[in-house]
Design a protein around this ligand. Structure first.
Ligand SMILES: Nc1ncnc2c1ncn2[C@@H]1O[C@H](COP(=O)(O)OP(=O)(O)OP(=O)(O)O)[C@@H](O)[C@H]1O
Ligand SMILES: [Mg+2]
Length: 387
């Protein structure tokens, strides 16, 4: 420890008006008392700066009354002792403060287990309906069978004596309607829709991923019937993760928790899981093993009928000129996904607005198509998407 008294000989404070405590008025005694008080306050403040910071950790397991396993935020786990002065009893899941050197538990900072998952997930009753989805007829039937039917008519499955899948994995190129399908099925079953994004789970909530997964499933059970939609599920369920760095271990833990949660509920439990990915090629097969998301459904780019239906959906509210020939437009958007078709419609509307028109013409759509195609080509050049 540094010599504290010498500190006050320093004139670091004398230049600072805030510390010029001795005023010109008043008796010498007053000045002395004032100065002493100020010194005591500064001394106390200085002491605070000298206290080393404490680490934040989580109690994982109790080994004995004064020995527990804690996990630090970086994922490392230690067996440590509990400070004798700590009077509250620890339970796994407690958030605690640890001494930096010995990692002894010196303080409990409350049970963080009940933190508000509502902040981290999107919960809604979606208003997307089957009518908002163009094409994908076969896919809709399959989703209805796997998700809708068990939620709305569970007795059917009991009578027949089969267990419906706990969930489904939707995969395919971006913008083909995976999110849309998940929302529509939530709407049609009146289920609460809980959406989480895999990449956010591991990037935003470092050290919390596994805990969050647990809380999300708990939330789903509380709010059941519920659909948990895990977008970009590949971010937590990728087979290419080499468990080396703490970040990778964290992803691994989150993934293990996800599997444990899926395994932990019964398939008729009113909670269904829908995963979505553009990268089925990197997905760990553990997640699609029987008893988990064992239905796998490709959501492809729309065919001709699909494109027509999607075009109709997105132009429904637009003011089209009578001369608009949808056949020509649909022919010209071959290879476009649902999201791209929507962009074409929006862009076509812009072409009309720019020319101060209220009606949209075929030509607006064709120009919009060229524009979207340009963006699409640029994107494809950058894309790492593997079909
Ligand atoms: N089949 C479709 N019918 C109608 N609109 C569609 C269809 N597919 C996509 N769209 C439009 O594109 C938008 C994006 O679609 P969605 O979010 O469902 O794609 P996604 O498959 O989930 O893509 P990503 O893989 O990028 O998440 C939708 O909001 C909708 O406007
Ligand atoms: Mg999506």
């Amino acid at each position: 420890m540094a010599d504290e008294d010498s500190f006050y000989d320093d004139d670091v404070f004398s230049d600072n008006p805030e510390y010029n405590v001795v005023s010109d008025s008043g008796s010498d005694e007053d000045k002395l008392i004032h100065a002493k008080t100020q010194i005591a306050e500064l001394k106390a403040e200085l002491m605070r700066y000298k206290i080393p910071p404490l680490l934040v950790g989580e109690v994982i397991e109790l080994l004995s009354y004064d020995n527990v396993i804690v996990r630090l935020k970086n994922g490392n786990e230690f067996s440590v002792f509990v400070d004798k002065a700590l009077d509250s009893k620890l339970v796994p899941g407690d958030e605690v403060l640890l001494d930096q050197k010995s990692l002894s538990v010196v303080q409990k900072i409350g049970l963080k287990k009940n933190y508000d998952v509502n902040e981290f997930v999107i919960i809604e009753k979606p208003n997307t309906t089957w009518k908002n989805i163009g094409g994908l007829k076969q896919e809709i039937i399959e989703i209805k069978e796997v998700i809708e039917l068990p939620l709305t008519k569970p007795e059917l499955f009991k009578e027949v004596g089969i267990e419906p899948p706990k969930g489904i994995l939707l995969y395919g190129p971006p913008g083909t309607g995976k999110t849309l399908l998940a929302k529509a099925v939530a709407n049609s079953t009146n289920a609460v829709f809980i959406e989480i994004v895999g990449s956010e789970l591991v990037q935003k909530f470092i050290g919390q991923g596994a805990k969050l997964v647990k809380s999300i499933f708990q939330l789903a059970r509380d709010k059941a019937p519920a659909i948990i939609f895990i977008d970009e599920i590949d971010a937590i369920a990728s087979k290419r993760i080499e468990v080396g760095t703490s970040g990778e271990r964290e992803v691994q833990r989150t993934f293990m928790q996800l599997l444990a949660e899926i395994d932990g509920f019964k398939s008729l439990d009113n909670v269904k899981v829908i995963g979505a990915t553009n990268r089925i090629d990197i997905l760990d097969s553990a997640v699609i093993r029987p008893g988990r998301l064992d239905r796998i459904l490709l959501i492809p780019e729309p065919d001709k009928d699909g494109r027509k239906a999607i075009f109709e959906i997105h132009t429904k509210k637009m003011t089209l000129d009578k001369s608009v020939d949808s056949e020509i437009i649909v022919k010209n958007i071959k290879g476009f996904t649902g999201a791209e078709i929507r962009s074409v419609c929006v862009e076509a509307g812009y072409f009309a607005i720019r020319e101060n028109r209220k009606h949209v013409f075929t030509d607006d759509f064709l120009k919009a198509r060229d524009k979207v195609l340009g963006i699409k080509k640029k994107k494809n050049a950058l894309s790492t998407y593997i079909d």
